[in-house]
Structures are given as C-alpha cells and as structure tokens.
Design a protein around this ligand. Structure first.
Ligand code: FUB
Length: 342
C-alpha cells in the first residue's frame, strides 16, 4: 500500500535509518516537540518560537513565546498539517509570559495540554488546558496545577492507566530556586554551584484521575551512575538540565533528558515510573543551537526521535522541529544519533 511505497522510497542514512532530518515546517519556528500517537495519527505539541528582539541570557529571556500551535501527520515523512492557534497566553488566566515546552495527553475523550509559563509574579508554573480535539482550541484551567513549579512537563501514561508528570529545568527553568521546597529568588540563575553534591533532580508526580492535578506531592527522580550513586552537580555531560521525556519499552522505563550547557540528549533506565534510573548514555550528540529538547514515540513497529535545531535560522531562539528514526541494540541500549551525519 501507500505506506510500504513511502517507506521504500524514504531517504535513508548510511546506517539504514530513515533520515527525515528536515524541518517539519519551514513557515514558522517550532521547538521542544512532544509527539504522541492519537487514533493512529501523529500529533506534535511544540513551543512556537518568535523573535521578540530580546538578547540571549542565562535565564532564556529570549524565549518569549506566547502561543501554541499543533502539528500533525498521518505517518513519519507524511505531509505535515499546521493547525490554528491552540491557545494563547492571554487565554491562560494565571500566566503572564513565556509559554515554554508543552506536552499533551489523552484520557476518556478529553485531550490535555500541559503548559509551563511564568505566572504574574514571574515564577514558572505548569498549567493544563482541555479540548475534545487533539488540535484544540484548548480551554485553560483558572489556576496552575497545585504543587507545580519550574518547566518542561512530560506526561507519561502507563499501561495500567496511571499517568505521571515529569518536570523541571535548571537555569531559566528556575529549578535551583526550589531546592529547599520553597521558591528562593536568591538561589541564582544557573545551578547550585555544588559540584560534589548530587545534581538537582527532575520531579515526578502521579496525576489525579481527572488529569488536572497531582495526586501526590512531587518527588525527586533519581538518576544514578553504574555504582548506584547519584550523578553529581559537576558532571555536566550526565546531569539533568531540562527536557524530561519518559517512554516504556520491553518492560523498562527510559527517563530521557537534556544536559543543557553540554547539549546532549541522555537516557537512564529504570524498573518503575518513579525510578531510580541508571544513567546509560547519550541519545544524540549536540545539535546546532544552544538548546536541545526531544520526544520519542513508537509508530507501528519503529521508533522515532523528535528534536529541534537552529539550522534554518542560525538563531538560538528560532528553532525548527525535526524527526529521525532511532534504533535499539539487543540489550535495550540506544544507538547514539549524530544530527550532522547524513
Ligand atoms: O523553549 C523554551 C525552553 O528552552 C524549553 O522549555 C527548554 O526545554 C528549552 O528548550
């Protein structure tokens, strides 16, 4: 059929993977692509990058996004539909600016869009909006999720029907300001500067049955080394920075994330959605651009990495989402991808 024809003719890298590393769209900039398969179609929930003329800084003020657009396609490599604005920051009652990396989920006929943004006091929170359509328009809840903070929500629904939100990001994502459990604006703009202590951990909380609240206080996601010791703050090529994404394969839970200032996508493997997760390796070496942020889905029997880079704009804050096939070794490890290898 059409799919077999398309697969036979798709561009391939020398290692055999389908090489679709072109921007998914070229008439707007989108980043942080969170992909899902709903009803057999691929939906991508990205940030919608804009040029607000703000210079780059450690807090990411140049990332001044204010709305969300959804992309969709019937298969990898298929034509990409860009859907109308799904929600604007003006329609999120608690938010003031910087609608950063979102995620989405589906349950019982409702689609949920999870959105980090600065609240009116400038503190990042995570809110949710709902729709009967995967592409919106979405209607925001009046307040952020109670107990939420920082950025980059990723919601994983397990086969037993439970869903979990992973979240957090240091530097502009403000996670370092929550190290004591309360917001501390004096905690600085980067990390804790405690290189020999465990790195700041991403957070996880199980979602309530209605997907709109945390069912429990959030807890640390432990990322440990081969010996079971926490990855340390000074270990910038392995420690968590932002961009959590969780997927399950072969009964194992893969917690994946960006290392921010060293620009890797990493993964760590565990036996439970709560972890601990053992650091295993890089998924992808650095892309062009400061940020790297991804998602991973299975579509029929193949696995796909969605990511972004700045090759189209040459500007850190104007990013293009892309996708490429990824492969697993027999032992469950991931074959590391190089975004520059054609
Ligand atoms: O897109 C804005 C922020 O930059 C995201 O929330 C981070 O993950 C980084 O990509």
């Amino acid at each position: 059929g059409t799919l077999a024809f398309a697969q036979a003719n798709e561009p391939r890298a020398p290692d055999g993977r389908a090489y679709l590393a072109q921007p998914l769209v070229t008439d707007l900039y989108v980043a942080d692509p969170s992909a899902h398969v709903f009803n057999g179609r691929i939906y991508v929930y990205p940030s919608h990058d804009v040029d607000a003329g703000i210079p780059d800084d450690d807090l990411g003020n140049q990332y001044a996004m204010h709305d969300y657009r959804v992309l969709s396609m019937d298969r990898p490599g298929g034509p990409v539909t860009v859907h109308p604005v799904a929600i604007d920051v003006k329609q999120i009652p608690w938010a003031s600016k910087q609608t950063w990396a979102p995620d989405a989920a589906y349950k019982n006929g409702t689609y949920y869009l999870y959105m980090p943004a600065r609240d009116k006091a400038g503190v990042f929170r995570i809110g949710v909006a709902t729709s009967t359509s995967p592409t919106g328009p979405f209607k925001a809840e009046p307040t952020p999720i109670s107990g939420s903070f920082s950025i980059d929500p990723a919601v994983f629904s397990d086969s037993d029907g439970q869903s979990y939100m992973y979240f957090g990001g240091i530097w502009g994502g403000q996670l370092q300001r929550w190290a004591t459990g309360r917001f501390d604006a004096t905690a600085g703009d980067t990390d804790l500067r405690q290189d020999d202590k465990p790195a700041l951990a991403p957070k996880v909380a199980r979602m309530s049955a209605d997907m709109k609240q945390f069912a429990e206080p959030s807890r640390d996601v432990q990322i440990v080394d081969e010996a079971g010791n926490p990855i340390l703050g000074g270990d910038h090529e392995r420690r968590f920075f932002e961009a959590s994404w969780l997927f399950k394969r072969g009964g194992k839970y893969y917690f994946t994330y960006s290392t921010g200032d060293t620009h890797f996508l990493n993964y760590a493997i565990g036996d439970s959605p709560y972890g601990p997760f053992r650091y295993t390796g890089h998924i992808m070496s650095p892309v062009q651009g400061w940020t790297t942020h991804h998602s991973i889905i299975q579509f029929s029997d193949r696995w796909w990495l969605f990511y972004h880079d700045t090759q189209l704009s040459n500007k850190n804050h104007l990013r293009s989402a892309k996708m490429t096939e990824m492969f697993f070794n027999a032992d469950g490890t991931i074959r590391q991808l190089d975004p520059f290898k054609k």
